[in-house]
Structure formats: C-alpha cells, structure tokens
Write a protein of this length. Structure first.
Length: 209
C-alpha cells in the first residue's frame, strides 16, 4: 500500500449526501476480486449514458477534474452495502482522499485499509472547500496527514483528526498484512520453537501465511 503523507491535488466537488456504494461502483462490476481496473467503472451510472458515452455535466468528466485526487462530498458518504470494491474503484481512479461531514462506518474502515484517507469536517467547511474546488485546476487543496490539517488555496489551515493507529498505518504505507509482517521475525522465532518442542505442530511460513 502506498504511504499517505501530504497530498496536494485538484479536488472534485460532489455536493450530494448519501452517496451509496452502488453509486460508487454498481453491483454488476463486483465479479472481480482484482483491485485494479475498477476505476473506469467508478460512478458508472452518473458518468455514462446508456450508450457508454460520457455525461458532460458529471464532475469527473469535466476537464478540470479528470485528474482529481481529492473528492469533496456531503453527509453519509459510502452508505449502502459493505462492498470493499467501492474503495478499490476510487483508488484505481486516482482518488486518495475523500472529505465529507460523515461517512458510513464500513466504507470508512475499508477506505483506511486501502490507503484512502477519509477526512471528516463540518458541512459548512466542506461547502467552503467545494467553493475552492469550483475554481478548477488552479485551486489545489493540500491534505497534510502528519500535521492533520487541510490547507485551502488561500493558505487557511483546517484541523481534522484520524484514529492514531490508522494514521500510523497510512503514514507508513501499511495495510493489515503489512502491519503483521513487521513482526515476521518474532512470528518465525515462535514457529521454530513450537516446531522444535512439538514436532506434530505444523510450521507456518510467516511471509506466506
């Protein structure tokens, strides 16, 4: 997983509440367990017409936001089903941070585990950031996870908070498996001792699971 430290990027404004996971990635795209290739289907029903052509009014189809790495939305982002594909699709498109007043709990956890930073800020602040984002590609927003601040194009800094453990994981590019493998030497030592003392105990290769 790529580390998240400081991100300065174009932000795409999505002034909508209750953006559910079926809008983020419709169920028909859940047949794969690969984490790549889903970006083209992100917000499929919002981005494309029935014939596959792009809807020009949708924010991520607009030239200023095609390379956005930050998404700003309203309350309860990621509600609906628990599909982890929603986080995979956002990440594959290039979104590394979503800013909203609140998130559905399971989406929030899935985002953090996949290297996406969900930032919770009050509705009024999100609206102000959407105003910044509406200025287009020249109005870049900075998200500094180490300092836990969002920096507006004006230079104003807005504080946010992230669970300390998840913040550590993101800053160091660790998913749950990566965190476990930090203790690989201790795991291997335990398995060696167990195998020596109890020959019937199946030895597990810590690096392979």
């Amino acid at each position: 997983m790529d580390a998240f430290t400081t991100l300065t990027a174009v932000a795409a404004p999505m002034p909508a509440a209750n953006v559910d996971t079926d809008k983020i990635i419709p169920a028909r795209f859940l047949k794969t367990i690969a984490r790549s290739g889903l970006g083209k289907s992100l917000f499929d029903g919002l981005r494309y017409n029935a014939d596959g052509s792009e809807k020009p009014d949708f924010v991520l189809n607009q030239p200023a936001y095609r390379n956005a790495e930050i998404l700003i939305a309203h309350e309860n982002f990621g509600c609906g089903s628990s599909r982890e594909h929603a986080a995979w699709a956002l990440l594959d498109f290039g979104i590394r941070c979503v800013i909203a007043p609140s998130f559905a709990d399971i989406f929030h956890a899935n985002a953090l585990k996949n290297g996406i930073l969900p930032v919770v800020l009050p509705r009024a602040v999100c609206d102000a950031l959407m105003g910044d984002a509406a200025m287009g590609g020249n109005a870049r927003i900075t998200v500094d996870l180490e300092r836990e601040v969002v920096i507006r194009p004006s230079g104003e800094e807005i504080s946010f908070a992230v669970d300390p453990m998840r913040r550590h994981f993101l800053l160091n590019g660790l998913d749950d498996i990566g965190q476990t493998l930090q203790h690989e030497a201790a795991i291997t030592s335990f398995e060696d001792r167990r195998a020596a003392n109890q020959a019937w105990w199946p030895k597990i290769d810590a690096a392979r699971g």
